[in-house]
Design a binder for this molecule. Sequence first.
Ligand SMILES: Nc1ncnc2c1ncn2[C@@H]1O[C@H](COS(=O)(=O)NC(=O)c2csc(-c3nc4ccc(O)cc4s3)n2)[C@@H](O)[C@H]1O
Length: 544
Amino acid sequence: MSQEMNVLHGPKPFVSLEKSTAGQQLYEALLKHSHLPEALINAHTGETLSYKTVLETSCRLAQSLQRCGYSQNSVVSVCSENSLYFFLPVIASLYIGVTVAPLNENYTEGELTNALSISKPRLIFCSKKSLVKNEDLKKKFSFIQKLVVLDSKNDIGSAESLQNFILRNSDKNFDVSQFKPLYFDPEQQVALIMCSSGTTGLPKGVMNTHRNLAVRFAHCKDPLFGTQTVQGSTVLSFMPFFHGFGMCTTLGYFIMGLRIVMMERFEPELFLSSISKYRIQSILVVPPVMTFLAKSPVIDKYDLSSLKEIGCGAAPLGKEVGEAVIKRLKLKGIRQGYGLTEATLAVLFTPSVEFRPGSSGKVVPFMSVKVVDIETGKTLGPKQSGELCFKGDMLMKGYAGNVKATKEAIDEDGWLHSGDIGYYDEEGHFYIIDRLKELIKYKGFQVPPAELEAVLLQHSSIKDAAVVGIPDERAGELPMAFVVKQPGKEITEQEVFDLVASQVSSPKHLRGGVRFIDEIPKNATGKIMRKELQKLALKLKSKL
Ligand SMILES: Nc1ncnc2c1ncn2[C@@H]1O[C@H](COS(=O)(=O)NC(=O)c2csc(-c3nc4ccc(O)cc4s3)n2)[C@@H](O)[C@H]1O
């Protein structure tokens, strides 16, 4: 097959791609690790779950789901903060071909309405904290037939507790060895529906398949592209499990038999004390946490000598910040990764032996990448900047129920257009330098401008609006709104801020501020000229 010029292919994989389903691979891994006393540890409480418990409970839950009529292609959601129980319905569903649509438990009802309208789950596994919100949603959406509470011993109202749901619907003398996960075509079977706005517009439902997950599982076993740990090693994860970063890395941890110390959210002192207490060897973070590790004086209060590896991604990491952390924590380097939900997880990752300050890594096995000129579409060579495009087994099946958006994201040759600008050096190390797409990233969280603009345009005093990201050392970017008032109408910056804050979750709040403007600059096709607004925002910021 002729090699297209300047297309970079991932290296020969260390292990071949398993042809079984993600559920079958997880079942085999949990069985293999079932002697290990700790799979998950809750850093806040010290509570643990063993691999044996994860295996048995997930199998019994799978049987319970089947007996309640949930079968291949049924959809369930998990709407919970990170918890010991979060992955039980995820793994159970993967055994039997049920699709999981994780939901951000901090989403407002409006945000959840959009996500639920796409995935239409029949059952939502929720937490006690998110129960009331999900009960309201169940009243609003007839397709939601059942709520199961993950972290309650007892039923709460009409919501069954997880343990009662399992007790009432699975064999009393359940035998794990008799349970067999189903086989189905991993390439076609949708494992996860993940929220992402992609390059433009409102959040959509990314369909990640069992094959997508199998690629991640193969990466985990790869000495160059996996976490540098061995079975029984301890990792720390506070990445939100509802997001691809937290979801797919943690599933990989189960495959490898790691001891996973999980946190509900990032709490600086608990983060540091857990590294010391559990002798954590590897952590995954986003750039704001790297800034904390580089600069906070509190770091020196803790023994972090067990830490051998830091993976960082989901947003740009400043080269200087990375180097400061390497020096302070005496690490060999930072394993940067670049990923997008539409490609499951990191598609660029720092090989364990090739650290390059400022680089987001090299293309991973089973994937190919090219850089294309944004004007001509020509594939570019080393040191030439253009849009990163990806192809391979990590690409999503598409956006659920949205063929048009899928075709806009993945071209007819099967290349996913990332909307990110970067280049690669002579050795194939990639550097991300800009974002072509409108997406804003606040602490690694997606902030789709179109979503906020839709909220603003609902207000009778607002004639037009545009939201752009402005750089921020701590958070990466802050959402900022430019607003055109309706003639004769009044509204203050604070009222605009409060309007948005009342309808969307915290990462999307207008922390970059609100500026009133006579007109939103648009091109001949009516598209908001966001780069111009970003330049104006920076000019205004410099005057403050
Ligand atoms: N390293 C990076 N540098 C600069 N920008 C980065 C980035 N990673 C994501 N982004 C930005 O987020 C966008 C995608 O946002 S998203 O859809 O919410 N998805 C993500 O951000 C996403 C999904 S998985 C994932 C990662 N998995 C990892 C596993 C190990 C590791 O060490 C590092 C990483 S990053 N990131 C990208 O298009 C890009 O704009």
